[in-house]
Design a protein around this ligand. Structure first.
Ligand code: NAD
Length: 512
């Protein structure tokens, strides 16, 4: 209603049919298949994108290598200045880009705008970082010697991104990589190709204005076959891949085969522990948003609630009541809390998971189901469900990318932590508690085994200032804040002899 998606597309420079391969200002027509992008909001075709093929892939990587030779010689703060301007351009385009994210991916408009804000924030972060790419100096054991380390750009960074964060994940990688002096080739999700074109167009304008070499920002749309070309390509020293664990394992195998580097951001199976003394209002709020926000399609979505036996029934009732008040529908309407799943395949996986929960002996506290009728024509809208389960159930051990929340009971904190850690994934975790002892225990070396561990906030979402990522099958990579930038650079140790003799290390004598 009054959404004006046509205006959004025109403002962002998108056409009905778009070339999907670019090295910046140049766009290439290739032999890759046509990708049609349908909105999960209303099932309508938004536009199409021509995917890349082997030939265009090769051309793009060659161009990126040429660009790297120049870009790496620009002073880092000067590269930061360009990224600052990208941030400003994103500020100007926040509204249309946020709307496109919401319409193409299906998250709420508020979350679509929030995703663009995250891009702006990482630009700001990267600008500051461009003056802080520092290394250490060490004392040499030899007289008149100086030893230090410096960080150099690594080259072409390949970025594979998932559908659920169609623009932010790319920016987390690209903005850092650019200030570090790298060049990027982005393979976006084939489920959200139009978002990638919009980003490339915004960046290309700023790059052209600043004389940035063609090839610093590259885009190759396509499906997994393009991702496979990237993983196998020796000219891509670092592949940063975000998506399912299945994809991450395939990419990691191929990249490690050629001894390349991979940075993996894969699936999660995140839990909140609610202790007997927790603030229940805060706990329910955190669990609710964590479980149903983005219709359960965040890597940090709350999938399991591990609740103390003494408050289990109360939490269950409160959640049931809260779920009863959720309104499901068009995510562009701010009155709705839950939007659609990405596509019908995701709906099938949701249905399959519900069946498996039942078969395993789970008990539904809130029943799920697919919504039909007016407003749900895309057939992608599902009801958020809650089931009482055992942590050991096969289905509970898996990440189902949909709003299904599992309730699990515990008696001792030891047991709760064991259950929280008792899955293959290790992304986000949290504890709701007012006990300092429980909190410290949860954050200690024998507490949560996840990359993210929170206290009195939920599992979902993260600030760009911290390093983001997780352990075990989540892949071990860290992106965004803290010192995550180091992954995009190569470390060089330098020793300088400013004396007039050549002493050897470890006191070794070699006289002739
Ligand atoms: P997906 O694995 O199906 O696809 C992700 C990307 O990988 C797409 O661009 C796809 O084309 C590509 N791809 C798929 N198979 C490939 C292969 N064999 N080789 C190379 N590329 C391949 O994931 P999705 O459905 O788009 O996204 C949902 C998943 O992403 C969830 O598991 C979610 O937890 C995860 N995710 C993780 C994070 C994180 O930071 N940890 C962030 C967002 C999403």
């Amino acid at each position: 209603k009054n959404f004006g998606i046509k205006d959004v597309l025109t403002t962002l420079g998108l056409k009905k049919n778009n070339q999907g391969v670019s090295t910046g200002s140049k766009w290439y027509r290739s032999g890759g298949g046509l990708i049609e992008s349908y909105s999960p909001v209303d099932g309508k075709l938004i536009g199409s994108v021509y995917g890349g093929d082997e030939k265009t892939w090769d051309k793009v990587v060659k161009q990126s290598e040429e660009a790297f030779k120049i870009w790496r010689t620009w002073p880092a703060p000067k590269r930061g200045e360009v990224v600052r301007q990208v941030g400003d351009a994103l500020r100007k385009n926040k509204d249309p880009l946020g709307k496109l994210v919401s319409y193409e991916m299906g998250k709420s408009l508020q979350e679509g705008l929030g995703e663009v804000q995250e891009m702006i924030d990482i630009c700001d972060f990267a600008v500051g970082l461009s003056r802080q790419l520092h290394g250490l100096t060490m004392h040499s054991e030899r007289p008149n010697h100086r030893m230090y380390e410096q960080w150099h750009p690594i080259g072409t960074v390949g970025i594979i991104s998932a559908f659920n964060f169609p623009v932010a994940v790319w920016s987390w990688n690209a903005m850092l990589a650019w200030v570090c002096g790298d060049v990027c080739v982005w393979k976006p999700s084939e489920k959200t190709p139009l978002c990638s074109i919009a980003c490339q167009l915004i960046v290309a304008k700023i790059f052209a204005k600043n004389g940035v070499p063609e090839g610093v920002s590259c885009l190759v749309n396509g499906d997994a076959t393009i991702g496979q070309l990237m993983a196998a390509d020796e000219r891509v020293p670092l592949v940063s891949a975000t998506g399912s664990t299945r994809m991450g394992k395939a990419v990691a195998r191929t990249v490690s085969e050629r001894l390349g580097r991979s940075l993996l951001e894969l699936g999660g199976n995140n839990a909140i522990i609610i202790t007997e003394n927790a603030n229940l209002d805060m706990s329910i709020r955190g669990a609710l948003f964590g479980a149903v926000g983005t219709a359960g399609q965040r890597c940090t979505t709350t999938r399991r609630l591990i609740v103390h036996d003494s408050i289990f029934d109360e939490v269950k009732e409160k959640l049931k009541k809260a779920y009863g008040q959720l309104s499901i529908g068009n995510p562009l309407d701010p009155a709705n809390h839950v939007g659609p799943l990405i596509d019908k395949q995701a709906v099938k996986l949701y249905n399959d998971a519900l069946k498996k929960v039942k078969l395993a002996g789970g008990e539904f506290v809130v029943k799920g189901g697919v919504l039909q009728g007016k407003g749900f024509e895309s057939a992608c809208y599902v009801k958020p469900a809650i089931a009482e389960v055992q942590n050991e159930f096969e289905i509970v051990q898996h990440e189902t990318f949909a709003p299904i929340l599992y309730l699990i009971r515990y008696n001792t904190l030891e047991e709760a932590i064991e259950k929280q850690n008792g899955v293959k994934q290790g992304l986000s975790s949290s504890i709701m508690t007012t006990s300092l002892r429980d909190m410290e225990r949860f954050l200690s070396a024998s507490g949560s085994d996840c990359g993210i561990a929170n206290v009195n906030i939920g599992t979902s979402g993260a600030e760009i200032g911290g390093a983001f990522g997780g352990e075990k099958e989540t892949g071990g990579g860290r992106e965004s804040g803290s010192d995550a930038w180091r992954a995009y650079m190569r470390r060089q140790t330098n020793t300088i002899n400013f004396g007039e003799t050549l002493p050897l290390a470890q006191g070794i004598k070699f006289d002739i």
